[in-house]
Design a protein around this ligand. Structure first.
Ligand code: PLP
Length: 451
């Protein structure tokens, strides 16, 4: 089909997620992805190669056009594409992957409940947490604490847990019983009641609401869409300790951090903290199939294993054999190709590039990278953290200028001030340099604009 025709059909028939519908219906897409290899993807509209420095949505971790993942999927598709995993039905890829996940996830996390993506995983984690406390005879423990600036997805419970107002408030669709704490108030979480923010901390909320009413705390080890916000040293351990002190479940959302993004297999591994449940998706298959899951620990597994009723929760695609075969191959490649080591090495190159930008441009600041989860911010005056006037939309402008350089990055942060960079984990030094050459040109263009 002619590209022009595709653009017209897109405008008319395709309502795009997380986008401006009016723009979609009038301007149409700026890119129609046609093929990809490694970190590069081709745009059918202009026939050019673009550098995907976001791994699409922080998920295509082994890059595009990976033939081994394609082969694992096509072989499974050809032999047995889809089975149910309800009521005594199972399949080999789902079993093999469950065993593999049990072996690579931290501590005594040892059992998976499969979903089709991150939002479903988080809704599942919240529901299973409530179910768990019900089985423990504590059904009043049904509320949750999440963090401001968190992104947990768009299904109703995940949307409610999300702490980014535009997503959280969309279509007035929140569930009851979710409180938001300010992110990363380390002092308060360590018990400093004199801190002026104490009431907004996890600890403050637990004391106000009563631990008997709180089922779990959900958070991302490193916040992604909310701005690539790193927790301070000791923060995750402090949350773990709070959960132990008040008998609350620690639910880690590893949807972005999982499977090597931060240079460890899981985000929590950077701080040797073990959650009680863990949501996974995205990098589990490097995006080659739609798969997610919730990992749970031995205590939760045992509690469910003693329940002699129906666990009335599950998806048609829970344990989908093709998705699981791809997930299994994906983990095999991460291990075989020493992807974690590459991420640590490329983190060094990433930091060099970020430092270069920060030194060259007076408005670039706060650059950071844990593994290949990276960002920098744009301020009119970094010294006083004075933001650009809102009409400048600094991050959107830089994203647009980057796009002109055929570089795909993403705007993050509450004030349109952050740029996230999260390329595929098997990227090499030369390709990282390519990112920064293009970003350099984009920032020069931005600099001219704001003069
Ligand atoms: N959790 C985190 C941390 C995410 O970044 C995302 C997606 O970006 C989700 C959950 C939701 O995952 P999905 O879009 O697969 O439903």
């Amino acid at each position: 089909t002619e590209v022009k025709q595709l653009v017209e059909w897109d405008k008319k028939h395709f309502l795009h997620p997380t986008s401006n519908p009016k723009e979609g219906a009038t301007t149409g897409p700026s890119i129609i992805f046609s093929e990809g290899k490694g970190v590069y993807v081709k745009n059918a509209i202009d026939g050019e190669q673009y550098l995907d420095a976001m791994s699409m949505l922080w998920n295509v971790n082994l890059g595009h056009g990976h033939q081994e993942l394609a082969k694992a999927g096509s072989e499974q598709l050809a032999s047995l594409a889809c089975t149910s995993s309800f009521k005594g039905f199972s399949n080999e890829p789902a079993i093999q992957l469950a065993e593999k996940l049990a072996s690579i996830t931290p501590g005594d996390l040892n059992t998976v409940f499969y979903t089709s993506g991150g939002s479903e995983s988080n809704d599942t984690a919240l529901k299973l947490a409530r179910f768990y406390w019900g089985l423990k005879g504590k059904s009043e423990k049904r509320n949750f604490i999440a963090l401001n600036k968190a992104y947990h997805g768009v299904t109703m419970a995940a949307q409610t847990a999300t702490g980014i107002p535009t997503f959280n408030e969309f279509a007035g669709s929140n569930i009851d019983g979710v409180f938001h704490a300010e992110a990363h108030l380390l002092n308060c979480e360590l018990g400093d009641q004199d801190d002026p923010n104490y009431a907004n901390s996890i600890r403050g909320i637990i004391e106000r609401e009563g631990a008997d009413t709180i089922a779990g705390i959900i958070l991302e080890p490193v916040q992604g869409a909310g701005g690539v916000n790193m927790p301070p040293e000791g923060y995750l351990q402090a949350v773990r300790d709070i959960c132990d002190e008040f008998n609350i479940l620690f639910l880690a959302d590893e949807v972005i951090c999982g499977f090597g993004r931060t240079g460890k297999m899981f985000g929590v591994d950077n701080w040797q903290v073990t959650p009680d449940m863990m949501s996974i998706a995205k990098g589990l298959t490097s995006g080659y199939a739609q798969l997610g899951g919730v990992m749970m620990n031995e205590e939760i597994r045992q509690t469910f294993a003693n329940y002699d009723g129906v666990l009335s929760h599950g998806f048609t695609y829970s344990g989908h054999p093709t998705a699981c075969a791809i997930g299994l191959k994906n983990i095999e490649i991460i291990e075989r190709d020493n992807i974690l080591e590459n991420v640590k090495n490329m983190e060094i190159e990433m930091k060099k590039g970020l430092d270069y930008l920060q030194q060259k441009y007076p408005f670039v600041t706060k650059s950071r990278s844990l593994g290949l989860l990276s960002a920098f911010e744009l301020y009119e005056d970094p010294a006083t953290e004075k933001l650009f006037e809102s009409r400048v939309f600094p991050a959107n402008t830089v994203v647009n200028e980057s796009f002109k350089q055929k570089l795909i990055v993403r705007a993050v942060g509450a004030h349109n001030q952050g740029i996230a960079i999260a390329p595929p984990l098997n990227i090499n030094k030369q390709e990282i340099e390519d990112i920064f050459e293009r970003m350099d040109a984009a920032l020069t263009a931005f600099q001219k604009k704001i003069k």
